[in-house]
Write a protein that binds this ligand. Sequence first.
Ligand code: S3P
Length: 172
Amino acid sequence: MYHNIVLVGMMGSGKSTIGKQLATQHNLHFIDTDTEIETQTHKKITDIFLSQGENAFRAIETAYCSTLPDKKNHVIATGGGIVLAPENRIYLRQTGYIVYLKATVETLLDRLSKDTSRPLLAGTDKAKKLADLLAQRDTLYQNLAHTVLTVGTQTPEDIGAHIWQHYTRKTQ
Ligand code: S3P
């Protein structure tokens, strides 16, 4: 029995858009870990990276992640790097049914080429950075997830319907 649905994957893979849609459709609560961190710290993620650095952000992220196993009836969109810390992977497993939204670098780049809200992509070659991050994380996402769904051209509704099918099959 899984109490929540947890979406993992790279920035730009559609976790928030798909998660919101899925939650609305099935009358579940929606949370985005980055938004929760911004609310709690009263700072934008970019500002945390700039003023305190990535390690400080990761510590805040882990502290927040440790609260997730207490949730019920939520769809949870997670920050792309949440899977890096081994303790986070344990918390996420305790939280619910995990879906990896897997996208190619081309898809991610297409969606993020004009984005300015991701500090890891600021002032760098976005294509190379995304390829490096994906190479580093793909196996982590894959090993953690109960289901891997390839995303690209389908609508959020279509992907949401697939997630729901997998989730209900596992919880019945
Ligand atoms: C990050 C992804 C971001 C955010 C932060 C770091 C990452 O979340 O947590 O900028 O390391 O990939 P999204 O995946 O929601 O963009």
